[in-house]
Ligand binder design. Structure first.
Ligand code: HEM
Ligand SMILES: [Cu+2]
Length: 574
């Protein structure tokens, strides 16, 4: 095998590669580009929100007459930006980065495998992701622009929307197919390709998080895949899955007959989208657990309860979806059921977070950049989680639903939460991937300013929401609530642009570190898990010799041991 690979051309090696590490890097770079693009869409929205009706600086004149009026944003374009920001961040940014990039690169390494179980499927998964992404991007240039009915694409609004919505549906089909292929691959890989001695309870927590995530992908995404086909047929083939009869739009009756149900779409969508939020957060938790164990030089406190919590969380995430639908009048029986399951599902997250916090207790902690991001993750995710509880109860949700409070809540989970975890992962594993160390000083600047501005963005949103400011609003100042809270809106916008600037040191670090001459050591953080047993950067096939796991994943500061870390891959003398 390996001889045949030695003479691969550039295309086979870097573009149509089946090596999980190359595919991981492809996923990573593509997802970072999309993430940046989604971020830019949001920065334009923030201009309109802070200075409604004023021409967008620099680029306002370039956007064309369908999107702007003398440089000022048109409402329809705002809706496109909102819907596409959400879609891009979730499906083309975070999931591909957390699962496609980190999962692909590190799951095989951490379990001591030469590659994923199905390398070609892996390549197909990346290709489906790219195709889906391109379809989404192209849709901005259609007449009527991109999808504009929110990332939730509720019917009937989405069914009667412009062609952008058709592209959104096709794009989603490819993105979902990509996740399904990836999910199956991860499940089989983790179950079948573990190194000798690597029992399930010797798996690093990151691998567990990817395993549960993979099950969520495989079991939840088909609901939206089916629903997308149905919405597409409603739009193109005159079916009526989601279109009610007798709908009147702008004084005209819509032709759909057959009594479709708009609520059916919401059920199918949220059946995917609630587990999806765990897809966004679990790999982040996994990364944070790794970084914390390495930098506290202690075993994770409560590894087993954490694993059980993870499994329980994955299972129950399929039973809470209608907590997004209290306002649909689904009745008190249904609503009681979903309130109870939602309160229960908060328990395992609290257990995991508590274990991570207790793991810090009594440690002589190291504070490299990845640890700073991991430590910041804890309170940020905590805020995100706790602010979700009122939304999980129907009574307060009646007041908070569809306000900026919701936007603040879930962004605390995914932005300073997941994104900080992903940054922790980038800084932590960078030396393994590239063979170079990132600059600490630049990393610290990146961290502290990101931390400041993240909170500057999302904390005011909570207060605005509680003051009654609606989300998905083109011009908040037309209502008294938005007018009264406008100072906070302006502060949020400036923080968002500040956050953009705070990424400059990261971007510099990214490219600059790769040009460094000196190579990182194989195990620069003195860590215990199997990925550090490989040469740096890992060669094709990963491990020059077969690895065996002799112990659990986090054998730090073992009493009586010579060093403060006892790697899984080294047999300890008894
Ligand atoms: C990091 C900085 C980010 C900022 C400043 C930001 C800001 C915003 C803003 C201003 C809105 C629109 C609120 C409205 O008009 O109703 C929004 C919506 C949204 N964002 Fe973000 N966002 C960020 C990152 C993310 C990430 C990482 C994700 C997902 C993983 C995400 C997912 C969403 C979703 C799903 C929506 C709802 C879109 C809709 O209403 O259909 N955002 N964000
Ligand atoms: Cu939910």
């Amino acid at each position: 095998m390996s001889e045949a690979h030695a003479e691969m051309g550039f295309l086979r090696k870097y573009v149509f590669s089946t090596d999980h590490k190359i595919i991981g890097i492809q996923y990573g770079i593509t997802a970072l580009v999309f993430l940046f693009f989604g971020f830019c869409l949001m920065m334009m929205m923030r201009w309109q929100l802070a200075y409604p009706g004023e021409p967008i600086p620099l680029i306002g004149g370039l956007l064309g007459e369908t999107r702007t009026d003398r440089g000022a944003m048109l409402p329809n374009f705002y809706n496109q930006l909102g819907a596409m920001h959400g879609t891009i961040m979730v499906f083309m940014g975070i999931v591909p980065l957390a699962v496609g990039a980190f999962g692909n690169y590190f799951v095989p390494l951490q379990i001591g495998a030469p590659d994923m179980a199905f390398p070609r499927l892996n390549m197909a998964s990346y290709q489906a992701f790219v195709i889906g992404g391109v379809i989404m991007l192209v849709s901005f240039f259609l007449p009527g622009g991109a999808a504009s009915s929110g990332w939730t694409s509720y019917a009937p609004l989405a069914v009667i929307a412009t062609t952008g919505q058709t592209f959104w549906l096709f794009g989603m089909m490819f993105l979902i197919a990509s996740s399904l292929l990836g999910g199956i691959n991860f499940i089989v890989t983790i179950i079948h390709l573990r190194a000798e001695g690597l029992t399930f309870f010797r798996l690093p927590f990151f691998v567990w998080s990817q395993l549960v995530t993979a099950f969520l992908l495989v079991l939840a995404f088909p609901a939206l895949q089916a629903a997308s086909v149905m919405q597409l047929m409603d739009r193109l083939a005159g079916t009526s899955f989601f279109m009610p009869s007798g709908l009147v739009v702008g004084g005209e009756q819509i032709a759909a007959v057959g009594g479709g149900s708009p609520l059916l779409w919401q059920h199918l969508f949220w059946f995917l989208a609630h587990p999806e939020v765990y897809v966004l957060i679990l790999p982040g938790m996994g990364i944070v657990a790794e970084v914390i164990a390495v930098n506290t030089r202690k075993p994770l406190w409560g590894y087993r309860p954490m694993v059980y919590s993870l499994l329980f969380l994955g299972f129950l995430s399929f039973g809470v979806w209608a907590h997004h639908m209290y306002m649909t009048g689904m009745g008190t029986t249904m609503s009681t059921f979903f309130q109870i399951t939602t309160m229960i599902i908060s328990i395992p997250s609290v257990i995991i977070l508590t274990c991570l916090v207790i793991s810090l207790w009594g440690a002589s902690i190291r504070f490299p950049v990845p640890m700073l991001f991991a430590l910041a993750f804890l309170p940020m995710f905590g805020i995100g989680g706790l602010t979700g509880l009122p939304l999980g109860l129907a009574a307060p949700d009646a007041f908070l639903h569809d306000t900026y409070y919701v936007i603040g809540h879930f962004h605390y989970v995914v932005a300073p939460g997941t994104i900080f975890a992903l940054f922790a992962g980038i800084y932590h594993w960078w030396p393994k991937i590239t063979g170079r160390q990132m600059n600490e000083a630049l990393g610290k600047i990146h961290f502290w300013f990101s931390f400041l501005f993240m909170n500057g963005i999302f904390m005011p949103m909570m207060f605005e929401g509680m003051a009654g400011v609606s989300r998905r609003l083109f011009d908040p100042t037309i209502y008294v609530t938005g007018e009264a809270a406008h100072g906070l809106t302006i502060m949020t916008s400036w923080s968002a642009w500040g956050l953009a600037l705070a990424q400059v040191p990261f971007i510099i670090n990214f490219f600059w570190s790769m040009r460094k001459q000196e190579m990182a050591e194989d195990n620069p953080w003195q860590a215990t898990t199997l990925e550090w047993a490989t040469p740096t950067p890992p060669p094709h096939g990963n491990f020059p010799e077969t690895v065996v796991a002799y112990s659990g994943p986090y054998e730090y500061s073992v009493p009586g041991a010579e060093r403060d870390f006892s790697p899984q891959f080294i047999k300890q003398e008894a």
